[in-house]
Design a protein around this ligand. Structure first.
Ligand SMILES: Cn1cc(C(=O)NCCN)ccc1=O
Length: 116
């Protein structure tokens, strides 16, 4: 089949994998800080400190709107979530701890679905 068709099939498979991992993370008990954008009314300094806010609902929207051109763009946004979390939260805070465990969960699951 033509290159373009092959590429679209490949991307569809990649996005299906992204949807699977996203759904598993959303279902996790420690996903609560990451489900929606951080409330900047509740945390007025957030916008100033965090230059690229990101959350699981935004990633889901981007998958469904066809924003991502590869699974690597998806993983880049996922890692923004966890890096933002480390920037804004103490490691021993509830949100900080949730961020570390969700990052570990994501990276392990991602490796399972993407044997290197
Ligand atoms: C990711 N993140 C989430 C929160 C939070 O409190 N989320 C719960 C909303 N109900 C605070 C700081 C932060 O970096």
């Amino acid at each position: 089949p033509p290159k373009k068709e092959r590429g679209n099939k490949k991307l569809a498979k990649e996005m299906a994998m992204c949807r699977t991992v996203l759904a598993e993370l959303e279902a996790h008990d420690e996903a609560w800080p990451f489900l929606l954008p951080v409330n900047t009314k509740q945390f007025p300094t957030y916008k100033k400190i965090i230059k690229s806010p990101m959350d699981l609902s935004t990633i889901k929207k981007r998958i469904n709107e066809g924003v991502y051109k590869s699974k690597d763009e998806f993983t880049a946004d996922m890692r923004i979530i966890f890096n933002n979390c480390e920037t804004f939260n103490e490691d021993d805070s509830p949100v900080g701890k949730a961020g570390h465990s969700m990052r570990t969960l994501f990276e392990a699951r991602w490796l399972e679905l993407n044997p290197q």
